[in-house]
Design a protein around this ligand. Sequence first.
Ligand code: CU
Length: 166
Amino acid sequence: MGAPPAAAHDSLVAAAPEDGAVLVEAPERVVLTFSDEVQDLGLAVVVTAPSGLRVTDGPVLAEGREVVAELLPLTEPGGYTVAYRVVSSDGHPIQGRTSFTLDLPPESEPATPSAQPSAPPSSAAAVAPSGTGDPGSSPPWTWVAVGGVVVVAALIAVAVARSRSA
Ligand SMILES: [Cu+2]
C-alpha cells in the first residue's frame, strides 16, 4: 500500500488560449492538453466571461490528451476564466484554472455603409412603413383583411336575400 507516485498524475501541459494570454480576437474554443489521455468521464470545463456569464457551448469533449470546450461567440472584453476538472488516466481527478483576457477593440460602427449594399435597413423599413415601431399595434393590412371579410359577408347576405326574394 502507499500513495501512487505523483508522476502518475496527469497534469495540464498546455492550454489554448494560453494561461494569461491577451487576445485581440475571440477564441472559438478552449483546448486543454494533458500529459496523458484523460478519461471521458466527469469532464467539466467552465469558461466564465467578465460579466459572470458562462460561455461554453455544448458538451465538453475529450480527444486523447486534449479536452475541448467550444465557446459561444465572445463579445465582452475583459478577463475570462477557464475552470476545469478532468479524471486523470490513473483515476484521480485533476482540477485547475487558467485565464485569458480578451482585448477587443471598441464596438466599431460600420464606417463604410456604402460598402454593404446587402445591409438590412431597407427591409426593416419595409416591415414598419407606418413608423410607429410598436410591435403590439396591428399593422394596417390587418384592418384591410377584416374589412374584406365584412364586405364579403355583406355580399353573401345580399345574395342570399335576393335568392330568397326571387
Ligand atoms: Cu493520480
